[in-house]
Write a protein that binds this ligand. Structure first.
Ligand code: TRP
Ligand code: SF4
Length: 335
């Protein structure tokens, strides 16, 4: 029997190549080796966007199509929408007694996110909601509802996995239960840099290449990417290690990477030509993803069916878990 993996992603926008090379490419590999559940975390997205429900709603199918287009295979993976499995919310309530408010505020991921919010909206204590501070509890429910043994995540998510493990240990010790303590499955390169050289590629940072971008958009974006600023003329030698064009060549033009590197260093390669080569390679890389996207966009019923089937399968698993948990908690009246 294959071991179970659960991971989640918030539906807040289209996927970019940072998501792909940082995270999703790895999921595509893992789906062959594991019994994999992928949650489209709409409830978690609402903790940030509760006053903007349209944004969450309109991104559900976009995200599903993105995931299917890069090769997530519904015959191997249970792909489901979080809110369609109410048992997760139920389990969140039970877990909420096992976590102190102080501990949640100390969670490094929550801490960073609160600091970011304060920087954006001012130092207003009122702006941090109960739902937001509590989202690690909900994430613990996401994982354990499906008895996920491994959780493939980037290192920014480690504190959330650690908190999940704490909750599980406490649950097991208080209720004499044997819930699985999940382990993080770290993705090697979880963060892909942006076109401007920023450590993170992100929609809000305006430095991302999206999987849905057309040729012209890709071309424009790559043409304006950060290169070695010391290089003025086409035949100046330069340092590829400070150049984002080189950085992306490594992702989509690996076969030719040594040539790119040595020509750049020796001044045998102009930046414009180098960027054009990258544009061609990027488009080549996106081409199979685009044809799959076209298929799913034209067959949206199939996407609906995948999400409905996924929710039903997920619900079945979650129901089993909740039943056991309620028994352990002695709230299984009349069962
Ligand atoms: N918090 C994760 C993120 O922002 C998304 C997520 C939701 C998740 N539920 C999860 C990740 C469960 C792993 C397991 O990227
Ligand atoms: Fe970057 Fe290519 Fe220019 Fe070198 S030649 S600085 S790798 S764009």
């Amino acid at each position: 029997m294959k071991e179970r993996i659960l991971t989640g992603i918030r539906p807040t926008g289209n996927l970019h190549i940072g998501h792909y090379f940082g995270t999703v490419q790895n999921w595509v590999k893992l789906q062959d080796e594991y019994d994999m559940f992928i949650e489209i975390a709409d409830v978690q997205a609402l903790t940030d966007n509760f006053n903007n429900p349209e944004k969450v709603r309109e991104n559900i199918k976009k995200l599903a199509i993105d995931l299917l287009s890069v090769g997530i295979d519904p015959s191997k993976v249970t792909l489901f929408i979080q809110s369609m499995v109410p048992q997760i919310a139920e389990l969140t309530v039970y877990y909420s007694n096992l976590v102190t408010v102080a501990r949640l505020y100390r969670n490094p991921t929550v801490k960073t996110e609160i600091a970011q919010k304060k920087a954006l909206f001012g130092n207003d204590g009122e702006s941090v909601t109960y739902g937001f501070v509590g989202y690690p509890v909900s994430q613990a429910a996401d994982i354990t509802c499906f008895k996920g043994k491994y959780v493939p995540v980037g290192d920014d998510q480690l504190p959330l996995i650690e908190q999940t493990r704490e909750i599980v240990r406490k649950f097991n010790s208080i209720y004499k239960s044997n819930m699985i303590e999940p382990q993080a499955l770290l993705t090697k390169t979880s963060r892909i840099k942006g076109l401007d050289g920023n450590e993170k590629m992100g929609k809000s940072l305006g430095n991302a290449i999206f999987l849905v971008d057309d040729d012209e958009t890709i071309s424009k974006k790559i043409m304006s990417a950060l290169t070695d600023t010391k290089k003025i003329r086409a035949n100046d030698p330069a340092n590829p290690d400070v150049c984002m064009v080189y950085y992306y060549h490594k992702l989509v033009n690996d076969n030719n990477i040594e040539t790119v590197c040595s020509e750049c260093k020796k001044g045998q390669r102009g930046c414009v030509a180098c960027k054009k080569e990258l544009i061609a390679k990027m488009i080549e890389f996106l081409s199979p993803i685009r044809s799959k996207r076209k298929y799913y966009e034209e067959n949206i019923n199939e996407v609906d069916k995948i999400l409905l089937d996924g929710a039903n399968a997920a619900k079945k698993e979650a129901e089993k878990t909740i039943k056991e948990i309620k028994k352990d908690m002695q709230i299984n009246y009349y069962e």
